[in-house]
Design a protein around this ligand. Structure first.
Ligand code: NAP
Length: 288
């Protein structure tokens, strides 16, 4: 039997409708319209196009979007000074630094400079730490999108086996930590290149009632490994011969899974909406 497709857009549209109501309430109660400052360093075309999509979605939802374009040869310290200015600016509720940064600039140092309550991508150590303590507030957008995809199935994940493939700080690790929270209580395994080198990926994927693939390796996960009746969330986005391909061998996997996200059209369309949701949450946090 072929899996039910989990599409990002209808979920994103539903969240956007809720956000519009929350934004209207903020306006009425506090006379405030959430504002997102986006910092783009240099002229990476992918980052420019991503910022353009963010701007369109933000404006459509009623969020102000200010794009700050800085020269590619800016020093790390000058960039941090700029972020600190945004931290002090009371008209800015959220700050996003477009990645990648030019060579020689430490992304960790720059992102750590963002004020905790304005960190709408959930990339600061302070916000990451809150996830460990099961008090998440602003979480990495892609990890949260993957969780929303799982939630959209309505399947109770309590005690089920979750395998996450990938341990990056912005996707794999936060997705695993979020699903470890008591409210989900998934039994969580995290795989990485060490798992693959030891030949253990098929075993851990085959054991997964829920699979979150975030490796950035086209069709790394073979359809035959997928557990019958599982939920497959493919975060991977890879270009192969001019075509977007996920980390999971889609055609074969959809014959085994009960639910699966396609690439493109699955997790991708949701991440910008989660960024906007985080901007509204950041605004509320600043008002507390
Ligand atoms: P990343 O920083 O490169 O991390 C990839 C992780 O996958 C690493 O932990 C790596 O293991 C692991 N990995 C790589 N190849 C592997 C293999 N052959 N076997 C087992 N593990 C392997 O990537 P990321 O930023 O987390 O992004 C992951 C994917 O998600 C990418 O395709 C990216 O384009 C996509 N993405 C999509 C969105 C969206 O909006 N849809 C947003 C962000 C990212 P080691 O730690 O051992 O190196």
């Amino acid at each position: 039997m072929s899996a039910t497709l989990l599409m990002g857009k209808p979920i994103a549209d539903k969240i956007t409708e809720e956000l519009k109501k929350e934004i209207a309430a903020l306006k009425e109660k506090h006379d405030i319209a959430p504002s997102l400052a986006s910092v783009l360093v240099g002229d990476d075309p992918a980052s420019k196009s991503y910022a353009g999509r963010q701007q369109k979605s933000a404006v459509a939802a009623g969020i102000n979007y200010q794009l700050h374009e800085l020269p590619g040869d800016i020093s790390e310290q000058k960039l941090i000074d700029f972020i600190e200015e945004l931290n002090r600016d009371s008209s800015v509720n959220g700050i996003i630094v477009q990645i990648p940064l030019p060579e020689g600039i430490d992304e960790y140092k720059v992102q750590s400079a963002i004020a905790q309550k304005k960190d709408v991508e959930g990339v600061t150590p302070a916000n990451m730490g809150l996830i460990v303590y099961e008090r998440p507030r602003l979480c990495p957008c892609t990890a949260l999108s993957a969780i929303k995809m799982v939630e959209s199935t309505g399947v109770d994940v309590y005690g089920k086996n979750l395998t996450v493939v990938g341990r990056s700080a912005i996707v794999g690790k936060p997705a695993a930590l979020l699903m470890l929270q008591r409210k989900y209580s998934a039994t969580t395994t995290v795989c990485h290149t060490g798992t693959a080198k030891a030949g253990n990926l098929p075993k851990h994927v085959g054991n997964a009632d829920i699979l979150i693939a975030a490796a950035g390796s086209p069709e790394l996960i073979k359809g035959e490994w997928i557990k019958e009746g599982s939920i497959v969330v493919d975060v991977g986005f890879n270009w192969v011969g001019g075509k977007a391909v996920g980390d999971v061998e889609f055609e074969a996997a959809k014959e085994k899974a009960a639910y699966i996200t396609p690439v493109p059209g699955g997790v991708g369309p949701l991440t910008v909406t989660i960024l906007l949701q985080n901007t509204v949450e950041a605004t509320r946090w600043q008002l507390e």
